[in-house]
Design a protein around this ligand. Structure first.
Ligand code: FE2
Length: 589
């Protein structure tokens, strides 16, 4: 009943839950007259408990006993910031292929800090390979005899979704010793052999357990910072494992071996330029039911293409693959990232184009670039052409789990493609270094990549081998630079070109950038120098014969990329760039 921004906490929780629109009905179940009246007064639905109960689960079981319900979700009354995505995740497990086996579902969060792992107030959970709970404990589980062993710890979050039967069983069955000694309700389900499916949710929220929590929550509410709490600075994932070196491709199969799960294949998505390259294919060393899929990088990857690949994989194999390995340029790497996400998330890839829309962790995925410059190997996005837009799936689950950088793999790239893709990297640096989002983190990567690009594309004292190694690292650094920043005008306009005319990213960027000296004078000057040095001729007049409709679409696509414009021109970007201005620029290209 404490006040939170002018309403009692319980009312806030009730409204937040209702506002998710995930439920047919939302009730507050309580033994307090005061709470009951408050909810009714606010137009909500409340149920008074008849009997006395030891815990919330029992209270809810009694309330739903005579209701015609399928799934019941328990939201704690002191969690007004309960997030829609967490609830959605816990519900979505009932749509999974193993739904029949699930009695109830709950959430867990990855934890890393030993203080938290060993804190008895945080309940840890261990799961089997399908994410069914094996045990919950206040002790650190598993106990790390070897402190350096790589194991992920999970903290249990108190959100449950029950099948009605599991809930009623819980109510009727007496407490057993393990639940009693740990004082963790959900152990009762395990003690009676029920299956608890755990979903991973790493969204932080404020729970209100102490007066301090309430003060913090009031502040969050006042700042209009509704759900996501820890976002003053963004917390970005990085590629956790990377191998670099000439010939390191031979290590691929030994890197994959520990990730292999019973009967679950590795799927290799490989650029079809390697179709007749027996050497590369041999070195991948496919085993058992592993599958090789050649993909064309002729066109930019499409959401539809992702959906088809995912459908085929699901149709052919009973088990979710052990991993996806992308071997190719930016398009193939992006496709691989998207497929690994869509193997664990429902619907179409198009549903996830945007920022942080992915709920469930993707499967293990590995990137092996065979052309350098896009930064796709290190980025947390996967740029896809959808039915309505060209936009990335930007999420914490997009980033590769492993990257293998072998500069020798880039040896056969044709010269023009080498230039265009290398320029993608150069343009990433220029856009990041000249953007309003720039900070020292991005700058340190951007400056390094910028210098490497100048050395690679403007000096004549590098051997081909040296140049390949340097470009591979320039690509990495360029990608890192935009991870904590953004790209800018060239990318926004180039997305328009590729959406309407199907022009590929690398060359599209070059065509646009050539005309952007107003925005990036020094960068464009150096770009022109590089272009002349390598005798690159860009196509001209590509927008001359566009229909009005096509031109408008192109401008719409470019303008839809708000963060890119914000980075390039600042918060008031709308006053600095107009449709006419964009049309003028396009017509010059
Ligand atoms: Fe790019």
């Amino acid at each position: 009943m404490q006040d939170l921004g002018g309403k009692p906490v319980i009312v806030r929780t009730y409204e937040a839950t209702k506002d998710t629109r995930l439920f047919d009905e939302v009730y507050v179940v309580t033994d307090s007259e005061l709470i009951f009246k408050e909810i009714e007064l606010n137009g909500g639905k409340a149920i008074m408990s008849i009997k006395e109960h030891d815990c919330g689960t029992d209270r809810i079981a009694e309330a739903v006993e005579d209701m015609d319900v399928d799934i019941v979700v328990n939201v704690q009354g002191d969690e007004p910031f309960t997030s829609k995505s967490g609830l959605k995740q816990v519900l979505s497990v009932f749509d999974g292929p193993d739904a029949d086996k699930i009695d109830l579902a709950s959430l867990m969060t990855e934890i890393y800090d030993w203080k938290e792992i060993s804190d008895p107030n945080s309940v840890k959970v261990i799961v089997d390979k399908e994410n069914f709970a094996l045990y919950f404990s206040r002790s650190p589980i598993p106990y790390p005899r070897d402190k350096n062993a790589a194991v992920q710890y999970y903290k249990h979050k108190g959100i449950y979704a029950f099948r009605k039967k599991a809930l009623l069983d819980f109510y009727r069955l007496p407490m057993r010793p393990m639940e009693a000694v740990e004082k963790i309700e959900c152990i009762r389900f395990l003690e009676y052999g029920k299956n608890i499916k755990m979903a991973i949710s790493n969204i932080q929220s404020i729970e209100i357990d102490t007066p301090d929590d309430l003060i913090r929550a009031n502040k969050v509410l006042k700042d209009g910072n509704n759900i996501v709490v820890n976002n003053q600075y963004r917390n970005f994932p990085m590629v956790p494992k990377v191998v670099y070196g000439r010939g390191s491709f031979d290590q691929l199969s030994s890197i994959l071996a520990p990730q292999r799960k019973d009967k679950a294949p590795f799927i290799y998505l490989v650029d079809d330029v390697f179709k007749d390259n027996a050497d590369i294919i041999d070195r991948m060393n496919l085993r058992f039911n592993d599958k090789l899929i050649f993909v064309s990088a002729e066109e930019e990857p499409k959401t539809e293409q992702v959906d088809t690949i995912v459908k085929n994989i699901k149709g052919e194999f009973t088990y979710i693959p052990s991993g996806i390995i992308g071997v190719g340029g930016g398009s193939v790497l992006d496709l691989s990232k998207a497929v690994s996400i869509m193997l664990t998330n429902k619907g179409s890839a198009a549903d996830y184009q945007g920022w942080d829309l992915v709920n469930t962790k993707s499967i293990y995925h590995v990137g092996v670039p065979t052309i350098s410059g896009t930064g796709a190997e290190v980025s947390r996005t996967t740029v896809l052409m959808g039915p309505e837009k060209k936009l990335g799936i930007n999420s914490d689950f997009t980033t590769f789990d492993q990257v293998l950088l072998d500069p020798d793999l880039t040896a056969s790239v044709p010269k023009d493609q080498w230039f265009y893709t290398g320029m993608d990297c150069f343009i990433h640096c220029v856009e990041s270094l000249n953007g309003t989002f720039l900070n020292e983190f991005s700058k340190s990567y951007g400056e390094k990549a910028y210098d490497l690009c100048k050395e690679i594309f403007l000096s004549d004292n590098l051997s081909e081998v040296e140049s390949r190694g340097k470009l591979m690292m320039a690509s990495w650094h360029g990608g890192m630079s935009i991870a904590y920043s953004q790209v800018g005008v060239a990318h926004a306009m180039s997305y328009g070109l590729s959406y309407v005319l199907g022009i590929k990213h690398g060359i599209g960027n070059c065509i646009v950038f050539d005309h952007l000296k107003e925005y990036y004078p020094e960068g464009v000057r150096i770009f022109k120098e590089m272009k002349d040095y390598h005798n690159i001729k860009l196509p001209q007049g590509i927008c001359n014969n566009l229909t009005e409709y096509q031109m408008n679409t192109m401008i719409d696509i470019a303008l839809s990329l708000v963060p890119l414009w914000e980075n390039a021109l600042g918060d008031d970007w709308k006053s600095k760039i107009t449709r006419d201005k964009l049309q003028d620029l396009y017509l010059k290209m």
